[in-house]
Write a protein that binds this ligand. Structure first.
Ligand SMILES: *[C@@H]1O[C@H](CO)[C@@H](O)[C@H](O)[C@H]1NC(C)=O
Ligand SMILES: *[C@@H]1O[C@H](CO)[C@@H](O)[C@H](O)[C@H]1NC(C)=O
Ligand SMILES: *[C@@H]1O[C@H](CO)[C@@H](O)[C@H](O)[C@H]1NC(C)=O
Ligand SMILES: *[C@@H]1O[C@H](CO)[C@@H](O)[C@H](O)[C@H]1NC(C)=O
Ligand SMILES: *[C@@H]1O[C@H](CO)[C@@H](O)[C@H](O)[C@H]1NC(C)=O
Ligand SMILES: *[C@@H]1O[C@H](CO)[C@@H](O)[C@H](O)[C@H]1NC(C)=O
Length: 383
């Protein structure tokens, strides 16, 4: 456990204080979590309730900052509202591509042998324990987007003792059940799951879109060329966003280059397989490792199911009616089973990425989130 000197330029450039914390997980991954301990105008000695923000698949925590301060991004808004903001970077992504013994290139098969299951069981728990110890709080707020919500639901169902450590979980574009996902890319993988996996394994492909990979460089070069502020053909820069599942145009186009300056930031193939497995089975469940693998890992031949009713933390769901990854049908199933659902809001005409980069997110979503958190904060003994 040590504080590093490296500073993230984006956060600093806006004049906010930043700390970088190195957190080591039980299974040896070395993660970097960014902390904005207070806002520009909120440096009082009043205790600040910690909030952990967890990004989605292939994203770094910069998704929570890409629209800048002054009622742009939720990360800065929370700091300005008096929260102690912790931004997680999950294993394998740009800021957390380190392990005590494994090398991400030389040992790629072992290093990338994880899905949201390991992120939830190890990365999120390590972040929560570290933050509660560092701040002397008994509970923190959790905010997740997309996979960041799956990480939470999995952790809370599989390690129910962590429910007590979270005051309230805010789930943006929530994903637990996912059999109704509608994106063309995912239907392709669903139809050819076995082939896709066999081909990737044969070729030694265990991760995609890492910083130096050709696909990732291409996306970045593309955005660089087409998304410059003065470009007259700026609309083309929305194509990568379209590929991420968006049809609509709420998002802040100036935030797109910021997003793609760091992202896409590595997706383990196992994450894709695990989501595909759940899309095919219609269940919220652990990774299916085959009969012998399951026996070794879980002590049973079948795939262990995750029980949503074990998630006793209060949960608020924010969903997009036009979200093709977090669909209404799947969200409704989840909402029915959550024992402590605080609210379920369908926001405007939102799609999947709008929760991070919509121009009007502050007034459409973030204000409500912050008020909901403060309401909850008032009800709980916080420290
Ligand atoms: C904010 O407050 C902390 C603790 O009281 C102090 O150490 C720090 O220097 C202050 N920062 C600024 C920018 O005033
Ligand atoms: C859009 O994003 C840019 C770049 O981060 C930011 O400067 C601007 O304030 C944002 N606009 C809105 C309306 O949030
Ligand atoms: C808890 O925090 C203290 C400092 O606040 C630190 O010295 C200690 O190592 C931390 N313990 C763990 C388990 O992280
Ligand atoms: C799920 O958990 C609840 C509460 O702990 C329990 O009552 C129920 O039987 C469980 N369901 C399954 C299928 O295990
Ligand atoms: C906060 O609590 C007040 C009083 O119970 C309620 O009227 C208000 O709607 C709540 N705000 C949110 C965003 O849930
Ligand atoms: C929470 O409590 C404080 C003081 O007790 C009060 O000023 C504030 O309005 C309350 N916030 C909400 C959202 O109810």
């Amino acid at each position: 456990v040590r504080l590093k000197n490296e500073r993230h330029q984006l956060i600093q450039s806006y004049g906010y204080p930043i700390q970088v914390h190195e957190i080591v997980t039980e299974d040896g991954y070395i993660l970097q979590t960014f902390r904005i301990p207070y806002g520009k105008r909120t440096n009082t000695s009043k205790p600040r309730h910690p909030v952990l923000l967890v990004p989605g698949m292939g994203c770094t925590s910069i998704v929570y900052l890409a629209m800048g301060p002054d009622r742009g991004s939720i990360g800065f808004m929370l700091a300005d509202e008096g929260f102690d903001v912790w931004l997680a970077n999950c294993r394998g992504t740009k800021w957390s591509k380190k392990h005590k013994t494994l090398d991400p290139v030389r040992d790629k098969k072992l290093f990338f042998d994880f899905s949201f299951q390991e992120v939830g069981l190890y990365d999120i728990t390590a972040n929560i324990d570290y933050i509660l110890n560092a701040t002397n709080f008994k509970q923190l707020f959790y905010i997740g987007i997309s996979q960041g919500t799956t990480d939470f639901f999995l952790m809370a169902a599989a390690k129910p003792e962590y429910n007590e450590k979270v005051t309230l979980a805010i789930a943006l574009a929530p994903v637990a059940y996912c059999s109704n996902v509608q994106h063309p890319l995912t239907s392709f993988i669903k139809r050819r799951f076995k082939q896709v996996k066999a081909t990737a394994d044969n070729m030694g492909v265990y991760e995609i879109l890492s910083e130096s990979s050709v696909s990732s460089l291409f996306v970045r070069a593309y955005v660089d060329i087409f998304c410059k502020e003065y470009s007259s053909i700026k609309f083309i820069c929305t194509t990568p966003v379209y590929l991420m599942g968006e049809f609509d145009y709420n998002y802040n186009k100036s935030a797109v280059p910021v997003i793609f300056s760091e992202m896409p930031s590595t997706i383990s193939m196992k994450t894709v397989y695990h989501y595909t497995q759940m899309a095919l089975s219609g269940q919220f469940e652990m990774y299916d490792d085959g009969i012998t693998g399951n026996l070794r890992k879980y002590g049973q031949t079948t795939t262990p199911q995750l029980n949503i009713s074990k998630i006793t933390t209060p949960v608020a769901l924010y969903c997009g009616p036009n979200d093709r990854f977090s669909t209404r049908a799947d969200v409704e199933l989840l909402a029915l089973e959550l024992p402590n659902l605080v609210k379920k809001v369908y926001v405007g005409d939102y799609g999947h990425v709008d929760f991070a980069i919509a121009r009007n997110a502050a007034s459409m979503v973030y204000d409500d989130i912050i008020e909901t958190m403060k309401n909850c904060s008032n009800k709980t003994a916080i420290s």
